[in-house]
Design a protein around this ligand. Structure first.
Ligand SMILES: *Cc1c(COP(=O)(O)O)cnc(C)c1O
Length: 495
């Protein structure tokens, strides 16, 4: 059966999966959502016999119904290969009373690789299917990890260019170095004087600029998005929750049908939304635990039913979660509004004009799958140290936000359901914050001395992604004001 996608702001606007991937965002500014969430068409026992790629095909074929078997399998083969440093792709590590789903074994050592390794293949396949002649320009705002993962995925991909905007002072030193050393004739990296929300808003405005779109078309270009608003990112993220469940069953950690909880360190709400979709596909998931850092706009939303971005933007040591506008929440709002696009559009318009909105009691009642909490900086640091002291396992700062919130959840509820924590980055990506959490004495050490020390403490070899940048040359040094993003794009494209 063909699954179509519709805009969260206009249910009459329907497109195929490949068209939704090409467009990124709907013309009305809404996000594409599937017209229904398909149920898994295999049993969980069957899943235990599959490897990661087979699970990926099983899940993705139900969402991307206009891709042929051959096309989709080719995309999957090209994505989940030796770019990952483990055959398992997404291994589960049992530590400190939970299962850490390590999503950071790809090329750029953050979970964004799970989707961005496959997105370029989905996108170029979609372009072929739809007879697109223009070059595709990927425009991306990043809080650090998406940028590098997208650059790495799209570098030297025929028929594409990629432009990444990141907040100059809002990413970790390693994240910045990873981006500005990116090779590839079609890659462009720009720092903006502003925060992540400024970058994301700038990108959304460029996408929404019809006149600019026309000019682009005349010059043989068209935009697409590698941000997590693209369903081509969301769908591959559903896979690892299904995979994780099947591995727990395979390893006899859970019984058939036993529910698990999932904790996700959340920023733009993409990762946890994928878990929500997995649950709606029929995967036995109990609670979806949404973990925030000091930018706790989502915690407040789950607690009160009011989303309010009018607050100070706080820079934390989990920068990929420093976000006040969680774009993908719109997909959940639409869902709990009974797929009423008018109702959703009204709330999103309020968000745009006043910076906040409140949902109705009915909508709030539909949020019982979710639990939200947040971690303060000192709590996050303490959890990194405690888990290291107790088990020798070292987690990154984002994962530590999730671990902290998980502890709060258990304390509050006494719920002993087995729990998967999405481990979203390698500790090597945030070495300085991780190491100073373990011991303040590391504060004066150099970045790469810390890397070597982390390897010693954790007994985990330094990943390739880090070795590469030790000596890499800076290839990108453009900086612009937040309101100069459009001009910068024009300059880059020569139009
Ligand atoms: C992007 C990112 C997150 C947040 O994920 P969302 O899908 O935006 O909620 C969390 N941790 C890390 C390391 C990330 O890169």
């Amino acid at each position: 059966m063909e699954l179509l996608y519709k805009s969260t702001r206009n249910s009459d606007c329907k497109v195929t999966a490949s068209q939704a991937i090409l467009k990124g965002l709907a013309d009305d500014g809404g996000l594409f959502v599937p017209t229904f969430i398909p149920k898994l068409d295999v049993t969980v026992e069957e899943l235990t016999k599959m490897d990661y790629k087979e699970v990926a095909y099983t899940v993705m074929k139900q969402f991307l119904t206009d891709f042929t078997e051959e096309e989709l399998k080719k995309c999957i083969e090209n994505a989940y290969d030796s770019k990952f440093d483990t055959d398992e792709i997404a291994p589960l590590v049992k530590a400190d009373g939970a299962y850490y789903l390590e999503l950071f074994h790809g090329a750029t050592i953050a979970f964004k690789d799970m989707a961005l390794s496959i997105l370029p293949h989905l996108l170029t396949t979609a372009a072929k299917k739809n007879n697109v002649k223009n070059d595709i320009v990927i425009l991306t705002a990043t809080s650090g990890d998406t940028g590098k993962a997208a650059l790495s995925g799209f570098a030297d991909v025929q028929g594409t260019k990629i432009i990444v905007f990141y907040p100059k002072d809002g990413v970790s030193p390693i994240q910045e170095k990873q981006m500005v050393t990116q090779k590839g004739d079609n890659t462009y990296v720009v720092a903006i004087k502003g925060n992540f929300d400024d970058a994301q808003t700038g990108v959304k405005n460029i996408f929404g600029d019809k006149e600019f779109g026309k000019l682009m078309d005349e010059k043989g270009f068209q935009f697409s998005s590698a941000n997590s608003i693209n369903i081509g990112r969301l769908v591959p993220q559903i896979v690892y929750y299904v995979y994780a469940y099947s591995r727990l069953l395979l390893n006899e950690e859970i019984a058939l049908g036993e529910k698990i909880n999932v904790v996700v360190p959340t920023g733009n709400f993409g990762n946890i939304l994928a878990a929500f979709y997995a649950k709606n596909m029929g995967l036995p998931i109990g609670k979806l635990i949404c973990a925030s850092n000091d930018n706790k706009v989502l915690y407040d939303f789950f607690a009160t039913g009011t989303y309010d971005r009018n607050r100070e933007f706080i820079l934390t040591m989990s920068p990929s979660m420093d976000i006040l506008i969680s774009s993908n929440l719109e997909r959940l709002i639409y869902f709990i509004a009974g797929q009423d696009s008018e109702k959703n559009a009204k709330l999103m318009n309020e968000l745009k004009t006043t910076g906040k909105y409140s949902i109705t009691d009915d909508m709030k009642a539909a949020l019982t799958d979710f639990y939200g909490n947040y971690a303060k900086e000192a709590e996050t640091a303490k959890v990194i140290k405690d888990i290291y002291d107790n088990t020798g396992y070292i987690i990154d700062t984002h994962t530590a936000v999730a671990a902290t919130v998980y502890k709060k959840y258990v304390k509050e509820t006494g719920d002993t359901t087995k729990t998967v924590i999405a481990s979203t980055a390698s500790p090597y990506k945030f070495t300085r914050s991780v190491m100073t959490s373990i011991d303040e004495k590391y504060g004066t050490w150099g970045d790469f001395d810390l890397v070597d020390e982390l390897s010693k403490l954790s007994n985990v070899p330094v990943p390739n992604a880090i070795e590469e940048i030790r000596t890499a040359k800076v290839l990108h040094d453009t900086v612009c004001e937040a309101d100069e993003m459009k001009d910068t794009v024009k300059k880059i494209l020569g139009i």
